[in-house]
Design a protein around this ligand. Structure first.
Ligand code: NAD
Length: 335
């Protein structure tokens, strides 16, 4: 097996705990890897860097093309621009892909959920263009460009085709945001009609879409949407299958890819050894598929599915009493 060089960003809060777990599982499964560990987030400032996203960390991802990242803490309403937004923009990681599926042994309201949220990652209200017009009146600009809308639509249809998915549903609010969400819809329609007629296509206004999701998520397949909607809907979808501890993610660009769970740094759990590392481990499996180590990915998936199915060693968010390390060791024992 070729040796891979992968950038490891532990992150803040529970980040170091859950990324350590992922690293242990990936190594135990037999991944031949050299880790390039670098900081981001509050941890980077603690280590003396001047920015939450040090140039060294960014350069390493550009050089090695692949990174796995723990969550980082972003101050609310003040301070540095979000590491995640900076990273996604700087590396042009335009597609966030978040598979949401029912997990064996985890009882939720629904069975057989199997969706993928594809979120545009570079524009919308995350452009960070905010202005004070006059004192007491502020605006935030929602940006949509044809290039970025076409790019994410094409990505989603190509993904659906390669993964043998049947249908793409665009969540939108084009009845109100006629220009921005209207452009997003027009681009998706065009790509489907001209390039991917093999995939069924559907649109739903996002408020009705939320109702549909909680009524019966098993009817949905691939969900495509702009940045903010994708952020919100990802967490909603996580709630349908057992919570943020079981939803992985990837941020994909044409040159680089950064794999990370949907969840944040969970300051309430940080340092307690209680966080569920599964979402980062699952993100690691997505990374293995990306670097063409599918067999290793399958091995890890089979191992964690077995641990979940047995139900003896689960973290608290999944109804068990195990800590992060115990749960990680249970997966490793099944490899
Ligand atoms: P959060 O995802 O950190 O936590 C929400 C809830 O889910 C909390 O109750 C937490 O304990 C629980 N939770 C999250 N991950 C878990 C896990 N692995 N195991 C068990 N329980 C888990 O969201 P938040 O509290 O809104 O945000 C905290 C910080 O994380 C904020 O600074 C936010 O900006 C940041 N954040 C970062 C990322 C990222 O880096 N990708 C994503 C989302 C939020």
């Amino acid at each position: 097996m070729a040796k891979h060089t992968i950038v490891m960003i532990p992150g803040d809060g529970i980040g170091p705990e859950v990324t350590t777990s992922a690293r242990k599982v990936l190594e135990a499964a037999g991944l031949s890897v050299e880790w390039v560990e670098l900081p981001a987030g509050a941890t980077a400032l603690d280590q003396g860097y001047e920015n939450v996203l040090p140039a060294r960390t960014l350069a390493a991802i550009q050089a090695h093309k692949v990174a796995i990242k723990g969550p980082v803490t972003t101050p609310v309403g003040k301070g540095f621009r979000s590491v995640n937004v900076q990273l996604r923009k700087a590396l042009n990681l335009y597609a966030a892909v978040r598979p949401v599926r029912s997990m064996p042994g985890i009882k939720t309201r629904y069975e057989d959920v199997d969706m993928v949220v594809v979120r545009e990652n570079t524009e919308g209200l995350y452009s960070g263009i905010e202005n004070e017009v006059v004192p007491g009146v502020v605006t935030s600009l929602k940006v949509a460009s044809e290039g970025a809308c076409m790019r994410i639509a094409r990505y989603a249809f190509r993904y659906a085709t390669r993964r043998h998915r049947k249908k793409i549903t665009v969540f939108h609010k084009a009845n109100i945001m006629k220009l921005t969400d209207g452009l997003f819809l027009n681009c998706a329609r065009k790509i489907q009609e001209e390039e991917y007629p093999n995939i069924e296509y559907d649109e739903i206004i996002i408020d009705a879409g939320c109702m549909k999701l909680v009524q019966d998520p098993t009817r949905l397949d691939v969900l495509l949407m702009e940045n903010l909607y994708g952020d919100l809907i990802s967490d909603l979808c996580a709630g349908l299958v057992g919570g943020l501890g079981v939803v992985p993610g990837s941020n994909i660009g044409d040159d680089c890819a950064v794999f990370e769970a949907v969840h944040g740094s969970a300051p309430d759990l940080a340092g307690k050894g209680l966080a569920n590392p599964l979402a980062v481990i699952m993100s690691g499996v997505m990374m293995l598929n990306h670097i063409h180590e599918e067999a290793l990915g399958q091995k890890i998936k089979t191992a964690y599915d077995a641990v979940l199915r047995e139900g003896k060693t689960l973290t608290r968010d999944l109804g068990g009493t195990a800590g992060t390390v115990e749960f990680t060791d249970a997966i490793i024992a099944k490899l």
